[in-house]
Ligand binder design. Structure first.
Ligand code: SF4
Length: 243
């Protein structure tokens, strides 16, 4: 069984084509900018338990809209916190012919997670900072597991997208953006790099939950800052779509 926070049908932002996106409950890290504080606890009263079969039944109903590229994406929270249940779901989804994508922060590195990668058609990996100390400032943990997972995926030869949340003053240091892109410049499995500009759309959730918001008053990056970061990534990864 999986602890499901919510399900989005017709998702167009988390993988190729039109997708059903299942958001799982629970995340082991605490990003300073997290837009979904309601997904962090392992269990919340608003989430529900669902079996693989129940999710596959929903997928079958959505199947006519997926076209050639679409399918199932599982996001969170951090979905690999429920790797065992997710492995069962992805195996069943593959058997039923669905494309599977995993949107992950990569901080859990284990044999079970790597087994999950094997039934994942596309890993969408957030590499939140290339410098481990800064990664820790942003998320509470260093980045060694994330980089190990990236390396594992690269060695498997299967497709991967990378994501980067651009946060003014936290993740926009040009020398680290260069280092980030250099690190992956020889990778052959990366199809796409997505820069996600920091935004404040989730701030109201903190207020509603009575939680302090660490980035109070911080403005999103300017369009120029986003295009400058994209230019750095593109220079080191000329063969990759940077969006
Ligand atoms: S990994 Fe995602 S869900 Fe977890 S704290 Fe960071 S932004 Fe929030």
């Amino acid at each position: 069984m999986l602890n499901v926070h919510s399900i989005e049908t017709f998702g167009t932002h988390d993988g190729p084509g039109i997708r059903m996106v299942v958001f799982l409950q629970g995340c082991p890290i605490r990003c300073v900018y997290c837009h979904n504080p309601d997904t962090l606890a392992k269990w919340s009263e608003s989430c529900r338990q669902m079996s693989s079969q129940q999710i596959i039944e929903l997928l079958k109903k959505e199947q006519p809209y997926f076209g050639k590229k679409g399918g199932l994406t599982v996001s969170g929270g951090e979905p690999t916190m429920q790797a065992a249940g997710l492995l069962e779901l992805f195996k069943a989804a593959k058997e039923a012919g669905f494309h599977t994508a995993l949107d992950t922060n990569g901080v859990i590195c284990s044999e079970e997670v790597h087994e999950l990668y094997e039934v994942t058609d596309l890993v969408i990996l957030d590499v939140k900072h290339i410098n481990s100390e800064h990664h820790k400032k942003v998320t509470g943990v260093g980045n060694s597991a994330v980089l190990e997972n990236a390396e594992y995926r690269e060695k498997s030869g299967k497709p991967m997208w990378l994501r980067y949340v651009l946060v003014p003053g936290w993740t926009d240091q040009p020398q680290f953006l260069e280092e980030w892109a250099q690190r992956f410049s020889t990778y052959k499995t990366i199809e796409r790099v997505e820069i996600l500009p920091y935004h404040t759309l989730g701030v109201h959730k903190y207020k509603a939950m009575g939680l302090p918001y660490k980035l109070e008053g911080l403005a999103p990056p300017t369009a120029k800052a986003v295009s400058d970061a994209a230019a750095i990534f593109q220079r080191h990864l000329p063969h990759v779509v940077v969006a």
